[in-house]
Every structure is written in C-alpha cells, then in structure tokens.
Design a protein around this ligand. Sequence first.
Ligand SMILES: [Zn+2]
Length: 250
Amino acid sequence: MPAAGNLAAAAWTDVGAAPLVLVPVGSCEQHGPHLPLSTDTVIAEAVAARAADALRPDAGGQVLVAPAIAFGASGEHAGFPGTVSIGHEALTAVLVETVRSLALWAGRVVFVNGHGGNVPALDAAAGRMRVEGHDAAWAGCGVPGGDAHAGFTETSAMLHLAPDLVRPFGAVTGETRPLAAIMPDLVAGGVRAVSPSGVLGDPAGASAERGREIVADMVASVVRRIGGGRADERGRLLDPAVPRSPVPRA
Ligand SMILES: [Zn+2]
C-alpha cells in the first residue's frame, strides 16, 4: 500500500474493508493574475492529504485520499478566460454518483472542499446522500477571517504549497470591500463586475510562513470535524470546538 493512502496509486488489492475516503473538491477558475486556475484544487488536495495523515493513527482502519474533483461550480468567474465551470446541477450529480459508487466498498465518505462556489452542490448532494442512508458529509477549507478570493489567504497558502505556481503579486490590486457590500453587484454581474483583476481581497503581505500556518489551521479544523463525526442535515461536518449556541444569531 502506498504510504500516503493515495487511492490513485493503490491497487484494488490494497483497499481494505470499509475505509474512510476523503475526496478533495476544487475548481478550475481564475485566481487573479498571480495564482493558477488550480488554486482551489491544490489547497483541497493538500488539506485532504494532511488531514488523512493526522487521522490515520486513530482511525481504526484505512484512510484514503481519492483523486480530486477538479471542475466545480464557478459561474461567477465566467468573465475570465481559463475558467471552466460545470455548474451546480452537474456538480451535484457528480458528487451524488461519486458517493453511490464509493459506498460499494467505502465505509465513510468526506468531501474536502476548496471552493466556496461549490457549497450549494455539496449541501444538496451530501444532504441527499444522508437521507439515502450513506455515511457521507463534507468539510470546507476556510479559515476564520480569511479573505474571499485570491487575496492574502489563498496567496499565502499557495506560497506554502506550490510556490513555483505563484507569480509576482506586488502590483496586484483587488476589491477589498466586505463581501456583503459587493454581493448585489457580484450576483448581477459576476466577479468581473466588481474586480477587474479577479481578486476579492488583497494579496499584499502574503508569505509562505503565513501560508504554513493557514494550511495547518485548515487541516486542524477538517481533522476536528471528521473526528467529531457530527453533521447537520446538509451534510456539513460540525466543529466540536465551536459549541452550538441555543441563541439564534441575528
Ligand atoms: Zn479559491
């Protein structure tokens, strides 16, 4: 068995009984003039692989990382060449059929998501799979206070994970108003309407060192949520470190 639990490198005879399978979900979408189209996929793959390594000692069974689903729902980035979006409906179908197929031999399936635009499809697919009785759920790669798109957070993460793919970003500017303020324009005209560079946030000050910390936080959060094992009705794994408040948030 390949040491990293990489499903793509395994032979069928390497696969044990009812393993936990992590499936990275990314995108092929513009990430400003300085980051590659694969940014979300690179981050999701790395977080899934590191989470698998952290989970393995206590898992009581195999933890495998499947090949990434590398096309997502990126319609809001359609104004930029390079972006490939399969949309929510197709992505939901891909996620559903991935779980149904995995369920023939896997014990548990967790999607590790690197792209916010995929969330409606993940909610729909994981929620439906749970109703069908599958042990399927998902966890995202966000960090508290992270900026939205191709800014400090993702640029730092990529400087840590794939520095050869990061171009100079000193002159790159983005839209830094809060997401809530730009949302009407974003919904109406896509990212191009609010940010000509494609960046939502600001890469200034991004560094590999901060990226190392950011990715470690993403991994720790995913590990906590998978270890906790509780999901809501949409299949979102809940963080046991964040107690549920009985007081509804405004
Ligand atoms: Zn991204």
